[in-house]
Design a protein around this ligand. Structure first.
Ligand code: AMP
Length: 363
């Protein structure tokens, strides 16, 4: 097979080809299952234990560190294109692979989405609102930022945060020095606390030809900072929904993004949308698309990476709940519900806060 040498030369990889996925969790698992349906093989590269959620459904697995460049070179030789399910792969890893195989989303996109301050600056540059924010590298900078932004505020590590980890709320009267010390970083962001009425997200796919297919904005409800429920569509005025989709599409186009992108937003009491975070991969708030949309977010990713046209995003109202920790023990209840679509991720041990599976109902 003729293999393109660099990223944007992409081109079509027909069914029968091999998609490489960085990261071995449930997002990779569901991407691999969708890709397999289209006739692709999937080769997962993960630094974690062999036989994880993704590897269980893959044609091949490499277990190696993200800085094992010999293993990365062999992986590149074995696949036709590369994508990821874990957004914090080191940039050097992404660049090494992108020099050898089509790699989506591009390392340039990851450089933005891996760093909260870079992400917010990019969003603001497009004229879209975020919470007020400031980069913070020391206690003095934190104190100055608190004076400007006010309290309550949220201090977050600038990189590698997820599910509320690496975050602390700073209330009036709180000891900023103690909170700064507890975060154990010199690379942080302070954000004004947003008194939102709802959290919404837009998941979209963008193809190598620049075509965009967006799923409708959905509402996300959290428990202990972890997504617990997604309601499709979000119960928001049609004008706000259209604006959310327009913002997500503009961000994807600005980044020349290829793949699946999730844009998380806060809806304020007065109907404004503030962008909170971008995720450069399939997103938990898009899991409902497996049964609720004509083409799932995972199939869209496989299509985009292989240079195929994106599929239809015709959709139906739906509801998805995550099975977190012991929730997974309730599986008999869901298999007995004729309307429930149960997904379990094949994780061997239940741990508190661990995403074990999800359930979708299409209405
Ligand atoms: P993040 O890791 O940025 O997605 O934040 C995790 C969750 O914390 C969000 O889904 C919100 O529920 C909450 N959160 C984060 N940032 C803010 C903020 N600036 N104001 C209010 N709530 C926030």
């Amino acid at each position: 097979m003729n293999r393109p040498a660099s990223n944007r030369s992409g081109g079509e990889i027909p069914p029968g080809g091999t998609i490489g996925i960085l990261g071995g969790g449930q997002l990779g698992r569901m991407t691999a299952m969708a890709a397999a349906r289209l006739g692709y093989r999937v080769h997962v590269f993960t630094p974690e234990d062999s036989g994880g959620p993704c590897a269980q459904v893959c044609a091949a697995e490499t277990v190696a560190a993200y800085d094992d460049f010999a293993a990365l070179a062999a992986f590149a030789d074995a696949v036709d294109a590369v994508t990821l399910e874990f957004e914090n792969v080191p940039l050097a890893t992404a660049e090494f692979l992108a020099a050898r195989r089509p790699f989506f989303p591009s390392p340039a996109c990851l450089a933005v989405t891996q760093v909260r301050t870079a992400e917010k600056a990019e969003v603001n540059k497009l004229g879209f609102a975020t919470a007020p924010w400031a980069a913070v590298a020391s206690l003095e900078e934190l104190n100055r930022a608190l004076e400007k932004i006010g309290r309550p505020a949220v201090l977050k590590t600038n990189r590698f945060g997820y599910d509320g980890k690496g975050q602390a709320k700073i209330m009036p009267g709180d000891d900023a020095a103690r909170i700064w010390a507890s975060l154990k970083t010199d690379d942080a962001i302070l954000e004004g606390f947003v008194d939102f009425i709802r959290e919404v997200s837009v998941v979209l796919a963008r193809g190598q030809d620049g075509a965009i297919a967006a799923f409708p904005p959905v509402e996300n409800r959290h428990r202990d900072h972890i997504l617990s429920e997604t309601i499709v569509p979000a119960d928001i005025p049609s004008g706000v929904a259209a604006e959310a989709e327009r913002m997500a599409a503009a961000i994807a186009t600005d980044l020349d993004y290829v793949g699946v992108l999730a844009v998380e937003m806060f809806e304020t009491r007065d109907g404004r949308l503030l962008v909170n975070e971008l995720a450069p991969r399939p997103h938990n708030s898009g899991h409902w698309t497996i049964e609720g949309a004509a083409t799932s977010q995972f199939e869209q990713l496989a299509r985009a990476v292989c240079g195929l046209p994106l599929g239809s995003v015709a959709w139906q109202p739906a509801r998805m709940i995550n099975l977190i920790g012991d929730d997974a023990l309730d599986w008999p209840k869901y298999v007995a519900d004729p309307k429930a679509h149960l997904h379990l991720y094949g994780k061997p041990d239940i741990r508190p806060g661990r995403k074990m599976g999800h359930v979708t109902w299409v209405r």
